[in-house]
Design a protein around this ligand. Structure first.
Ligand SMILES: [Cu+2]
Length: 128
């Protein structure tokens, strides 16, 4: 009777250890996984935020229209310094993707343009 009672006691003890052991390990690993999941969620969101703010950087230049090419969609402008880009005054060609803007671009006309870098091009977004 006695050895059996001890055996069943030991079994009960080892069983409770076996149950509580993995239970602790599981809750521990679950906490670690939550923290990893939060880190991973936060990092792409930060990247997305910085990407969206860098996406639209518009600059302004004032100059005289030197040439217009509606077929190529370009305008050549002798513009003054552009502080936001650290540009000196120069004559250069901008991309004009919105064909409606050509109504405001006439040779020898003084204009103020808003433009943004898109890939290798500087694209005019508005003409005043
Ligand atoms: Cu320029």
């Amino acid at each position: 009777m006695k050895p059996t009672a001890i055996l069943s006691l030991l079994l009960a003890l080892s069983a409770s250890v076996a149950v509580s052991g993995p239970a602790i390990a599981q809750s521990g690993s679950a906490k670690t996984m939550d923290m990893k999941g939060m880190d991973m969620k936060n990092m792409p969101m930060d990247n997305m935020n910085s990407g969206s703010t860098a996406k639209v950087t518009t600059h302004q230049a004032t100059g005289v229209v030197k040439a217009v090419d509606t077929a190529k969609g370009t305008v050549t402008l002798a513009h003054g310094p552009v502080k936001s880009l650290n540009w000196p005054a120069m004559t250069m060609t901008f991309s004009v993707k919105d064909k409606m803007l050509f109504d405001k671009l006439a040779i020898d006309k003084k204009v103020t343009i808003d433009f943004a870098k898109q890939g290798a091009d500087y694209v005019v977004s508005s003409v005043k």
